[in-house]
Design a protein around this ligand. Structure first.
Ligand SMILES: Cc1cc2nc3c(=O)[nH]c(=O)nc-3n(C[C@H](O)[C@H](O)[C@H](O)COP(=O)(O)OP(=O)(O)OC[C@H]3O[C@@H](n4cnc5c(N)ncnc54)[C@H](O)[C@@H]3O)c2cc1C
Length: 261
């Protein structure tokens, strides 16, 4: 580690001032990703602004039929929240399958979407459930938010304040977890929204994406197994080959769809 200053603001306004005043400040949420990054010196911010004590960034609200989850809400809180469980059980189940209990009690939904790990769980729910990412500056549709592996539409210093999801009972998240980390080797979030099928895939290696050819095949009553799947979306590594990930995508999608009928 190296020297940096640590700030724990009590309000979003205070956090914004701290970030504006410190040119190389970085938001800190659960630290489940950022702390290992700092230890490896892959990032060396001069200041960390801890968002987790800001009450306005925590908790769940229903707004006009949508589920709005504060950016500093932990995965464990989402998994246990009665409103999430009632209005989108698949989203609560997804949160309950992230990592291990320690990760779930520290890691946050805002940190997860801001980080956009190509094997993370929430980004697939965001694409499948028509999410909107709210920041201290604007609202960004999920379809425009996840721009590339570990990259998002966030500008420097921009804070994710909440994520709003469509409520949905016809949804299921099917994950083939890496047995060591529990990150997705491949996972598919399937949902039926407005009568149309959505299939969002994470873990492929290049970043979350919607399998639109698969969605169209399902909605036309065709065999999903024969639907085209862009192989350029997938990479291989020590955990799984490209071919295995492609195979898993078809299997996870079929299993997820079978669960929503
Ligand atoms: C062992 C292990 C297993 C895991 N398994 C899974 C898994 O199965 N599925 C899964 O999805 N994830 C998994 N994770 C990742 C976990 O979900 C993390 O919580 C998540 O990646 C980062 O969230 P965080 O709150 O810890 O963010 P931090 O580590 O604090 O921050 C991550 C990044 O986001 C930025 N940031 C944080 N909060 C905000 C904000 N509100 N606005 C803007 N930028 C922000 C930070 O500056 C940093 O760049 C795992 C992690 C570990 C260590």
């Amino acid at each position: 580690m190296y020297d940096f200053t640590y700030h724990r603001p009590a309000s979003l306004d205070e956090a914004k001032v701290l970030i504006d005043e410190n040119e190389d400040a970085q938001p800190l949420s659960g630290g489940q990703t950022l702390m290992p990054v700092l230890r490896a010196r892959l990032a060396m911010p001069g200041a960390l602004v801890d968002l987790t004590r800001i009450d306005a960034l925590r908790g769940v609200n229903m707004e006009g039929g949508r589920i709005v989850i504060g950016g500093a809400t932990t995965h464990a809180e989402v998994a246990q929240n009665e409103q999430v469980r009632e209005h989108c059980p698949a989203l609560a189940a997804l949160a309950g399958e992230i990592g291990d209990p320690q990760v779930r009690h520290r890691g946050t939904i805002g940190g997860s979407v801001a980080n956009n790990d190509p094997a993370a769980c929430y980004p697939s729910a965001c694409l499948a459930l028509d999410a909107e990412v709210r920041t201290d500056r604007r609202t960004v549709p999920a379809a425009d938010f996840f721009t590339a592996m570990f990259e998002t539409a966030l500008e420097p210093g921009e804070i994710v304040t909440a994520i709003s999801f469509a409520a949905c009972h016809d949804a299921h998240y099917e994950k083939f977890p890496n047995p060591a980390s529990r990150f997705a080797l491949i996972a598919v979030f399937a949902a039926r929204l407005g009568g149309a099928t959505r299939l969002a895939v994470t873990g492929g290696g290049t970043g979350v994406f919607r399998w639109q050819e698969g969605e169209q095949a399902v909605d036309r009553g065709e065999d999903l197994a024969a639907a085209p799947l862009d192989e350029g979306r997938f990479t291989g590594d020590l955990h799984a080959s490209t071919e295995y990930r492609i195979h898993l995508t078809r299997v996870m999608a079929q299993r997820a769809l079978a669960r929503i009928g």
